[in-house]
Design a protein around this ligand. Structure first.
Ligand code: UDP
Ligand code: MG
Length: 317
């Protein structure tokens, strides 16, 4: 541990680390980040955000904060999700630049130093870009591919190798914090705000302790929420599907009329059944999509906070 802790205005880096059920990782992560940043003499603080963990994560954070004055902790009143944890960390960080990193050391902390050096050169957003995606199943890879295609379209930036591992200048952090939306998608918003950006490549490391917090279902939910938060394309899909069904209906209509006038009208039952099924399902799907957007608007209108902090650890207690 070094005594190079500095106040804002002296180029301090805040490292924001969301943690959910990471009791085994907190000390290791805190020590590793401390060692690497101290060796590189980067003035820093760590902000752990305990996202409503059910294990001893908070106790570990408190211990780490006692041991190392650079370590701070925020304790959520319940699990609000990684996105909220990131925003809470950003809101409570005091650094001149802030980096977001996973607690499981899958984002190699050595890269923090390269990011910091780029920031010193004047870059305001430094994106961590995955050189490889690490070990993943084929289905997972395919679904992630589809999701990032849609997101890349919406944000107009290639997102396929994007990650939450990035460093933002104070200006960029303040811009993000000023956004009123509740369903923020950090990974895309950090590109959306613009600013002078660059990227560094990193290799996703294997998780050493604990397990991934993402089930297939939570990943699907994450994908749908973020597509809806960033793009209205699914609603346009409703219109496009409507146009196609209409064209189809015209063709079938003409065919039926011809049959009627030529006296072959009766055996049209299959067509009727097909039409009812197709049109019915399209209408239901469309209503579902519109309903989903309305429910998201409802959530935003209620204006509830993204997270609630119940306890703090470290020097800002
Ligand atoms: N995380 C969180 N809240 C959650 C789920 C995850 O703060 O509800 C944190 C987790 O502790 C870790 C990071 O988000 O620091 C990434 O989670 P994980 O390693 O499970 O995701 P993966 O690496 O498998 O994408
Ligand atoms: Mg991980």
């Amino acid at each position: 541990m070094s005594a190079n802790q500095k106040k804002r205005g002296e180029n301090m880096l805040s490292v924001i680390i969301p943690a959910y059920n990471e009791e085994k990782m907190i000390q290791t992560t805190a020590d590793t980040v401390d060692r690497i940043l101290s060796e590189a003499s980067v003035p820093y603080e760590i902000v752990f955000v305990n996202d409503g963990s059910k294990d001893g994560t908070w106790q570990q954070i408190e211990t780490a904060a006692k041991k190392n004055p650079h370590v701070n902790g925020l304790h959520f009143s319940r699990n609000f999700g990684k996105e909220s944890a990131i925003f809470a960390g950003l809101a409570n960080a005091e650094g001149d630049c802030c980096a977001v990193m996973d607690c499981d050391l899958q984002h190699p902390p050595e890269v923090l130093v390269s990011m910091y050096r780029l920031w010193e050169q004047g870059y305001e957003v430094v994106e961590g870009v995955k050189r490889s995606r690490g070990k993943e199943s084929t289905i997972h890879r395919a679904c992630a591919g589809l999701f990032y295609k849609m997101m890349s379209k919406a944000v107009k930036i290639d997102m396929s190798r994007a990650s939450d591992f990035k460093l933002l200048d104070r200006k960029a952090v303040d811009a993000l914090l000023e956004m009123p939306e509740k369903n923020a998608f950090f990974r895309a918003l950090s590109s959306w705000i613009g600013y002078r950006s660059t990227s560094v490549e990193f290799d996703v490391q294997e998780r050493t302790e604990g397990e991934s917090k993402w089930s297939t279902w939570s990943l699907i939910k994450y994908a749908v929420t973020n597509v809806v938060a960033f793009s209205t394309a699914p609603m346009q899909f409703v219109t496009v599907a409507g146009i196609f069904t209409f064209l189809f209906a015209i063709v079938l209509g003409i065919e039926s009329l011809v049959r009627y006038f030529t006296g072959h009208a009766v055996e049209g039952f299959t067509t009727v059944i097909l039409l009812i099924l197709i049109v019915g399902s399209l209408i239901m799907m469309s209503l579902g999509i519109i309903g989903y957007y309305i429910s998201k608007i409802y959530e935003e209108v209620k204006g509830r906070p993204k997270y609630l902090i119940s306890k703090k650890a470290g020097k800002r207690k």
